[in-house]
Write a protein that binds this ligand. Structure first.
Ligand code: SF4
Length: 343
């Protein structure tokens, strides 16, 4: 009998019957680790359940594909690395060359190739690890569009091109057979779309040999339960939460509210200028009939000056603070109603 984790005082969290043999068997556990609160909760939940660290590996997708720094928070890879080091877990970075921006500008060519660094726990700031290159099919189509601000992943292509497909190609290449559990951190509470997600399903590249399942292990967690885990383990949240962001995804997520765009402008005006230039270059605006400047103008920055002073350089550079804090304090973005992440 597993000891009930702390969230069960609020709501019964059950482990699906299909998942139990994998979870309590020998399956390798891959955690899609964005560095955001739900991916941190996935890790802490596994530890709460007593899963051996040797079975877990973290996977982080770099959405800018090691190209121009536009979508991602600059500190995210270093935050993920610091977290992995603190919990002594392997971390594998993966990316599609040039990321979202490169795909947005695609003209008469195929998708860019995918890369990942094998063996994990390599410091991307110091050395490239064992780099694996997965070429994409040659093609000659044209994108020249921002991702659509829509739930449908076929038009909101940023998630699939920069994250979902990248992980799937890595899985296909690294795990030809065996039992795999792939954990992703969607929660029903986040949006109407997510409220309808299945808690688990066969992974998209399931085969008889590769028994891979996707498990949205924190799908029924509330935000309160997520922060309780942070507090229990005294984990420093990603700097974006300290600055007031409610969700930690891309810094310039297409689902950002006007107040979030105004906050991005206060923090990284060059990113707004870059998006405005892209709108002109590809003759397509991110939002229907309004420019990014209009969107920024409709909002007000929510960043408090003390937080700006404390966290700006770390958020826009390298994360250097300790992962474990002595006294845990709810960050400013905890329970914020501002939209700053995908639906
Ligand atoms: S966080 Fe936003 S911009 Fe980034 S991939 Fe997801 S939907 Fe696209």
């Amino acid at each position: 009998m597993i000891e009930l984790p702390i969230y069960q005082k609020h709501r019964e969290i059950s482990i699906p019957e299909d998942i139990k043999p994998l979870l309590y068997g020998d399956a390798k556990i891959l955690i899609a680790f964005s560095g955001g609160k739900d991916s941190v909760a996935l890790v802490l939940y596994m530890l709460e359940l007593g899963i051996a660290k040797e079975r877990i590996e973290l996977h982080h997708h770099e959405v800018d594909g090691r190209g121009v720094d536009l979508f991602d928070w600059a500190c995210t890879p270093s935050y993920c690395q610091a977290f992995a080091d603190a919990f002594e877990l392997p971390l594998i970075f993966s990316w599609r060359q040039g990321g979202i921006l490169r795909e947005m500008n695609r003209e008469n060519e195929g998708l860019q190739d995918v890369y990942y660094e094998e063996n994990g726990a390599m410091d991307i700031f110091n050395e490239q690890g064992n780099l694996v290159h997965l070429p994409s099919k040659k093609g000659s189509s044209t994108r020249k569009k921002f991702p659509a601000v829509a739930a449908d992943l076929r038009t909101r292509w940023c998630s699939s091109i920069a994250k979902i497909d990248v992980l799937s190609r890595l899985v296909n290449n690294r795990f030809k057979s065996g039992n795999l559990l792939i954990l992703t951190g969607e929660r029903r509470e986040e949006s109407k779309v997510r409220s309808k997600y299945k808690s688990h399903e066969k992974y998209r590249s399931w085969t008889k040999k590769r028994n891979a399942w996707q498990w949205r292990a924190v799908i029924d967690f509330t935000e309160k339960q997520v922060w309780e885990l942070y507090e229990k383990y005294k984990v420093q949240p990603h700097p974006c939460y300290e600055l007031g962001w409610s969700r930690c995804s891309c810094q310039t997520c297409i689902f950002s509210s006007p107040n979030t765009w105004a906050s991005i402008h206060e923090l990284s005006p060059e990113k707004i200028e870059m998006i405005a230039k892209e709108e002109k270059k590809i003759d397509h605006t991110l939002y229907h009939k309004i420019t990014i400047w209009d969107k920024v103008g409709k909002g007000t920055s929510f960043i408090k000056s003390a937080n700006l002073k404390r966290w700006k350089s770390e958020a826009l550079g390298r994360f250097v603070s300790p992962i474990f804090v002595d006294k845990w304090v709810m960050p400013d973005g905890g329970f914020s109603p501002e939209a700053s992440g995908s639906v």
